[in-house]
Design a binder for this molecule. Structure first.
Ligand code: SF4
Length: 339
């Protein structure tokens, strides 16, 4: 296993419910992340999957400090060999390390300023973090444009002149220019056409090889996740319910929620029929989560124990962690590797 890059420890995020506020009563809060803990190793791609509202985007934003976590730690091992809590860094120390952790957003149409040229968009983080001469900035912008497949002659143009795939290349070039060690990709290819998606995924993989970047890849598209990931974490109602290597999780899921998500992955062989598991009921309300296992109202395998007692995320064997009372007993259906 590679060196530890990030150790996320008991991360919690509460959002206040404004409509609940009265003159006499403080607003109540909803817990959207609950004791999320995981380790991230240098050079790997860890995907975070789950339905809309499960907390995966909030998790990414808390890690990059796009929103403030309510409690918990994001312990970051710097390239100088020190360990710091990224969430509590201030002043010069934060300024010097914030470039190490970047984020790429879902929508390439709204994440780029329409009033800035592509050159200015890409060079902005460089100018904010380093003291460089104009020729050095030119050189670095040209280099990263070439690496991300952007035509250098287009750098003076504005984002509206580009397709969705080209705009996402611009966003990737911007996130890479200050040489981050970790990039959080939040649904980074969801808004793109199928053929462009494949190009951007291949680009992310190539750049990872060339620049030894680590990715947290947030996605609801399990076919892409299977293709790009080393490990996968499944989130349900603000908690990680399963975390494993991509092979182990896809071929031998141990949590009934993972089994249901995987049943929606398209079968590559058109002659093989696949039964999709339709989860009954609504996604539970995080303001009023169910007792015991939060998945029990939709779980086909639940028992009285599940209704009363919440399962902890525990290792069932090397690198495979599951939060289910019956993880070792259930025989669940996975998917085979396409490659
Ligand atoms: Fe289903 Fe019970 Fe496992 Fe929860 S603990 S996933 S309800 S079997």
């Amino acid at each position: 296993m590679s060196k530890l890059l990030l150790d996320v420890v008991n991360l919690n995020k509460d959002f206040q419910v404004k409509s609940d506020k009265t003159f006499f009563r403080k607003p109540s809060s909803i817990r959207v992340l609950s004791n999320v803990s995981f380790k991230l190793y240098e050079g790997e791609t860890l995907s975070i999957v789950g339905e809309s509202g499960c907390g995966k985007t909030t998790l990414g934003r808390c890690i990059v400090r796009g929103v403030n976590a309510s409690s918990g730690q994001v312990l970051y091992n710097t390239d100088r060999g020190e360990q710091v809590d990224f969430l509590t860094l201030k002043g010069k120390e934060f300024k010097s390390l914030r470039k190490d952790i970047q984020m790429i957003f879902q929508d390439p149409y709204s994440s780029l300023s329409p009033r800035m040229s592509v050159y200015d968009i890409i060079s902005e983080p460089l100018l904010a973090n380093f003291k460089l001469s104009k020729s050095e900035v030119d050189e670095k912008v040209t280099e990263i444009a070439q690496k991300t497949g952007l035509n250098v002659s287009y750098l003076k143009r504005y984002p509206h002149a580009f397709s969705g795939g080209q705009r996402q290349r611009i966003a990737i070039a911007r996130s890479l220019i200050s040489r981050p060690r970790l990039i959080v990709c939040d649904e980074a290819v969801s808004a793109l056409d199928v053929s462009i998606k494949a190009q951007i995924i291949n680009l992310l993989k190539d750049l990872q090889q060339q620049l030894q970047i680590t990715y947290i890849f947030i996605s609801h598209d399990l076919s892409i996740v299977q293709n790009i990931s080393d490990r996968v974490a499944v989130m349900h109602l603000g908690k990680i319910v399963e975390l494993a290597t991509v092979e182990s999780l896809f071929e031998h899921p141990k949590h009934p929620y993972t089994e249901a998500l995987l049943s929606a992955v398209p079968e590559p062989d058109p002659h093989l029929k696949k039964d999709r598991i339709i989860l009954e009921g609504e996604v539970p309300n995080p303001a009023n989560p169910p007792s015991g296992c939060h998945f029990h109202p939709r779980c086909a395998y639940k028992t009285d124990k599940c209704v009363q007692q919440e399962p902890e995320l525990q290792p069932i064997h090397d690198e495979h962690f599951v939060a289910c009372h019956y993880a070792n007993e259930l025989k669940l259906r996975g998917v085979t590797n396409e490659s």
